[in-house]
Design a protein around this ligand. Structure first.
Ligand code: ZN
Ligand code: ZN
Length: 393
């Protein structure tokens, strides 16, 4: 199979979270002829593919499959053919590299089980949990280690990693504040939810500034604030959408409790006629790379790709739900990033101090260069798997 063609086809046909039907079909078509036991429809549109070769460890390799509701502006000849949907996070590259690694591993010598997991709905942080709840580890196999990778704004051919916390845990909260509406000219007859919401937004900023130690990191962002429709009317309700990011269980619990406490207290302080409604709608755990397995895997990358192709990364405030797998199976996770940007473009941006102007994940202009991105992504997954599988007996 021509992996570049396979990738370009996925890129042209992006599918939103939970709707990865065509993508799943293409994966199954590629893996069945290679001898993998393929099951589709796991946790929605997820795909599991197993290659069993006697005794030895079970190594799980994971790729996410979903695209984003973004209009692609890369101008590539193989740009998205679906209006308003694009593979702007590079998950098509993840799928292609995992299929490429499957092809190589079929011809490699090893003993154990290779477990490929193609996960739906990463962008909504629902897919990993959905697959686990659909019996991923009971119906198929329980891995000894979980590997995953993400393409990003590093030079193509370069792998970036860190040990310990890598990406933040993310939680989303939907809030409805109840007031009592009325005429804008007679606020004394109302309980103004707009003022209540404004106080909540301001007060929430005190959590990170005043309740989290300087040595810890957390983010609290109000990304959605909606109330009212007209100038001279005080509405009945105001709504907020809040996103939080943390790196430890303790900080997570502190921030979450503080958000709830402040919202309830502001409602009480305003004389709200009804308690606010709070719905935690999304939660993905902090992604932690276990130090020992990560070091062992990265040493193999260094041997295979060269020390100049492996770098350490700072802590990231973006999130991933890949950690759900390792947590649920009670086994280590090793997750790394690899570059998709043309080397010359990165160097030029560096020279002009404009590194942050380069298109990164979720930008309508983001798309990795085909090579050496594909080859590096395939080799990284293959190297990780072979490092943990037993030698052929
Ligand atoms: Zn993304
Ligand atoms: Zn992504």
């Amino acid at each position: 199979m021509d992996l570049a063609d396979f990738y370009r086809d996925l890129h042209e046909h992006p599918e939103l979270s939970g709707q990865e039907h065509r993508t799943a079909e293409r994966i199954a078509q590629a893996l069945v002829p290679l001898g993998y036991e393929v099951t589709t429809g796991v946790g929605g549109t997820g795909v599991v593919a197993l290659l069993r070769r006697g005794d030895g460890p079970t190594v799980m390799l994971r790729a996410d499959m979903d695209a984003l509701p973004i209009e692609e502006k890369t101008g590539l000849p193989y740009a998205s053919k679906v209006p308003g949907v694009a593979h702007a996070c590079g998950h098509d590259m993840h799928v292609a590299c995992l299929v490429g690694a499957a092809e190589k591993l079929k011809d490699d010598d090893w003993s154990g089980t290779v477990m490929l997991v193609f996960q739906p709905a990463e962008e909504t942080a629902k897919g990993a949990r959905a697959m686990v709840e659909d019996g991923l580890f009971e119906r198929f196999a329980k891995p000894d280690i979980v590997f995953g990778q993400h393409v990003g704004a590093l030079p193509a051919g370069v792998i970036g990693y860190r040990t310990g916390p890598v990406m933040a845990g993310a939680d989303s909260l939907q809030v409805v504040l109840h007031g009592r509406g009325g005429h804008g000219a007679r606020p004394e007859t109302t309980v103004d939810p707009v003022l209540m919401a404004a106080n909540v937004v301001t007060r929430l900023q005190g959590i990170v500034a005043r309740e989290i130690p300087a040595s810890e990191t957390a983010v609290v962002t109000v990304g959605r604030l909606q109330a009212g429709v007209t100038d001279n009317t005080i509405p009945d309700t105001a709504e907020l959408g809040i996103s939080m990011r943390t790196y430890t269980k303790h900080t997570h619990d502190v921030v979450r409790a503080a958000i709830e406490r402040i919202i309830r207290a502001e409602a009480a302080a305003s004389g709200a006629p009804k308690d606010p409604r709070l719905d935690w709608t999304m939660s993905s755990p902090v992604l932690v790379n276990d130090p020992e397995p990560t070091t062992r895997t990265v040493s193999a990358f260094t041997r295979e790709l060269g020390a100049d192709k492996v770098m350490t990364l700072p802590l990231l405030t973006v999130s991933e739900d890949v950690g759900v797998f390792g947590d649920a199976a009670g086994v280590p996770t090793v997750f790394w990033f690899w570059g998709g940007l043309e080397f010359g473009v990165v160097i030029e941006a560096l020279q002009h101090g404009r590194l942050e102007a380069l298109p990164s994940n979720h930008s309508p202009e983001f798309a990795p260069v085909l090579e050496p991105t594909l080859t590096t992504g395939v080799e990284a997954l293959r190297t990780a798997a072979l490092t943990w599988l037993d030698p052929a007996s």
